[in-house]
Ligand binder design. Structure first.
Ligand code: IVH
Length: 673
């Protein structure tokens, strides 16, 4: 296809995709299926990969992600990102309202109209649009400087990549920029889906943690998968001081932002209290988490006159709903055996409604926790949910204790295999020492091996693993790869088709990277980050297996405890055999060759960056050069062949000029890419 025709189709596809995005996210009335939408996006990605020079920074293809960032650069906010004064007391909301009235009176103003909004429980971010184009997205950081996470934010469907030029023409003033602030969060259903695919120990405790963790991921394609949502609550830096906050919210919607829609003008205190009262129950029915209500003075022109403290403005306040509590009875305690043999007591409760759902279980963490609470079987207890998925028992109601109360006994033998439990000195947990034969541990290990961040064998669920381990077909992860169709098909609820699927998924998993395989092995204390470091330090598995504690401890982030755990792991016959089977199955036991370059446009060129680039963080720009065969220098020397100068370049640029090094700007740099 020639370039011109492709350009036409790309343009058409982009318009179409943007329109469907808007219908889906903002209006919540999609008119095509997800499948059809993905097809459009796929076609766009394909065309753009054939004509990379046609990629623009507002192409919806960027929402698919794929760019890998080593480290986020730090950027300075145009205006400090303040936080809000928080309160749990409605009395303090009244005080705030009265104080504001007084401040306004001192300014000779009678009006005190407030806008009440929901308080979204997520992570605050700032977006900068220059001439309508999203050029930067950053976290709040310390309020003055945050991390540039533009690549990750671009993957969020509710963040427009370009704004209507007609609409912003009058807004952006001389700086030609507008700033939108808001909150990124994960909807309840998306959060559940995210946690579902994870092992208990890898689950996020709440959606805010999940959001914060996701925004800092270095792989934007993974960010794209996790379905984040952005809700806008501030339009800043716009030319007309007289537009009220409400007008700005409406303007944000017109520009294509999602605001949640549940804000309301409150002309007086009663209206504020009504809003708070109404949402205290209604919020459980929302598709996302809210932990309170935010009140803002509607008249933006007065904000500056009222002013701020160093942390928060005086014209706004956040009211937080108290943590939800309920009373119920502790019916029993079951003891779970983890993949590393740890015994965890779990409370079984008389089902009770709490924070919009029915609760029948809660974790007790460990036996010290049981002592600390002084809780006994059949006690009445208070449970609390404070932003966490799993509620906690926070105290016992001793006045309700009856003759039926019974002490909770630490089991003396493993509930799964009957082996006497041990408690290593200095630890709070009890363990089952039967590492090789305990079905619960084997099952946990297989599930860990197959989990999303490890080998990602999707069709290997808990019920199936139960059967595979129970029937003796699988004793360690290595056995998975010698299963045959007949063996699987004969299991309960399996049949030929599902067996075929499992074999396909196992086959697929052979392609997983070396570092994922290292993580999948389930060595105590070796999480994903450590596995990555190990893979880097020991590109050949043999070298890792033979390393002693002293040399392992030289690897970044690895201390003596982790080093010891690794050495001990490889000394066990059971694991040596497992590894032998995995090697025979063709899994990867060496680090991959360095990535293939995207192109060779920077071959033989050593680039130095100076000043601030608008569209790329420093690390991101360096990465782009490296991926195109070039090198990056931190300062100008005779080896430097090209200088890319951004805003505010200073002494480094002068030095480069003296050395006669070729100098280009951001636009030219982009063309070279
Ligand atoms: S306004 C200068 N509005 O809550 C005030 N914040 O506890 C800036 N938040 O840092 C914030 N929902 O991250 C505002 N409707 C809303 C909000 C909201 C959630 C967050 C925000 C802020 C924190 C303060």
């Amino acid at each position: 296809m020639e370039r011109e025709k492709a350009a036409g189709e790309i343009k058409r596809l982009r318009n179409e995709i943007d329109r469907h995005n808007y219908l889906y996210y903002v209006e919540a009335r999609p008119v095509i299926s997800d499948f059809e939408f993905d097809k459009l996006l796929e076609r766009l990605v394909e065309l753009e990969s054939r004509f990379p020079d046609l990629i623009t920074p507002d192409s919806p293809s960027l929402r698919v992600g794929g760019e890998v960032t080593k480290e986020f650069s730090s950027v300075r906010h145009r205006e400090p990102m303040l936080s809000l004064a928080n309160t749990y007391s409605q009395g303090e909301v009244v005080d705030f309202y009265k104080r504001l009235g007084k401040l306004l009176k001192d300014e000779g103003v009678e009006e005190r109209e407030m806008v009440a909004e929901l308080k979204f429980d997520g992570v605050a971010v700032s977006l900068i649009y220059r001439d309508g184009l999203l050029v930067r997205g950053a976290t709040r950081g310390d309020g003055i400087r945050g991390d540039d996470i533009t690549v990750n934010l671009r993957t969020i469907g509710t963040i427009p990549l370009r704004l209507d030029s007609g609409l912003i023409a009058g807004l952006q003033g001389e700086a030609r920029e507008i700033e939108v602030r808001g909150e990124v969060f994960i909807r309840k259903d998306d959060f559940e889906r995210l946690n579902e695919g994870r092992l208990e120990e890898d689950r996020f405790a709440n959606s805010r943690n999940a959001t914060a963790g996701t925004l800092k991921l270095q792989d934007s394609a993974e960010v794209a998968h996790r379905s984040l949502t952005f809700v806008a609550y501030f339009l800043k830096g716009i030319a007309d001081e007289n537009t009220s906050h409400l007008d700005r919210l409406l303007m944000l919607e017109k520009l294509g932002f999602y605001t949640g829609g549940h804000y309301r003008i409150c002309p007086d205190l009663e209206a504020v209290e009504r809003f708070i009262g109404e949402w205290s129950e209604k919020r459980w029915k929302l598709p996302y988490e809210t932990d309170g209500v935010v009140l803002k003075l509607n008249a933006v022109r007065l904000w500056e006159r009222i002013g701020s403290t160093s942390k928060s403005p005086r014209w706004a306040i956040a009211y937080k709903y108290p943590a939800q509590q309920a009373e119920t009875e502790l019916l029993g305690v079951v003891f779970q055996v983890g993949r590393l043999g740890t015994i965890t007591p779990v409370a079984e409760l008389q089902p009770v409604r709490l924070a919009g759902s029915t609760v029948s279980r809660s974790t007790l963490h460990n036996f010290d926790e049981i002592d600390r609470l002084g809780v006994q079987l059949h006690d009445r207890v208070v449970i609390e949910k404070s932003g966490e998925v799993i509620p906690k028992i926070i105290r016992v109601l001793p006045e309700h204790r009856t003759l039926f109360s019974e002490r909770i006994q630490v089991p003396s033998i493993c509930p799964s295999c009957g082996t006497p439990l041990v408690k290593p000195a200095g630890e709070v947990s009890w363990y089952c020492p039967n590492e090789e034969g305990c079905p619960a541990q084997i099952k946990g290990r297989i599930l860990h091996f197959a989990s999303r961040n490890a080998m990602d064998i999707r069709s290997l669920g808990s019920a199936l693993v139960d059967q595979l381990v129970g029937s003796g077909l699988v004793r360690d992860p290595g056995d998975l790869y010698s299963l045959d169709l007949q063996q699987i098909a004969q299991l309960d609820r399996m049949g030929e088709k599902s067996a075929q699927n499992l074999l396909g998924a196992l086959d697929e998993s052979r392609k997983r990277s070396y570092e994922r395989m290292l993580y999948a092995l389930g060595i105590r204390h070796v999480g994903q980050a450590t596995a990555r470091e190990l893979a880097r330090a020991y590109p050949l598995f043999d070298d890792l297996q033979q390393a002693d504690e002293a040399s392992l401890a030289l690897v970044p982030d690895i201390g003596p405890v982790v080093a010891q755990s690794i050495v001990e792991y490889f000394s066990r016959q059971y694991w040596r055999e497992t590894i032998r089977k995995l090697i025979d199955a063709g899994l990867s036991f060496r680090a991959a060759e360095p990535e293939k370059p995207v192109n060779r446009n920077f071959e033989g060129i050593t680039v130095m960056f100076t000043g601030e680039l608008e569209r790329y963080g420093r690390n991101q720009a360096s990465e782009l050069v490296l991926k195109r065969g070039g090198k990056v220098a931190g300062s100008a020397s005779r080896k430097t062949t090209l200088v890319v100068a951004g805003k505010g370049a200073g002494t480094k640029l002068e030095k480069a000029r003296k050395l006669g090094i070729k100098e280009i700007g951001e636009e030219e740099f982009e063309t070279m890419l």
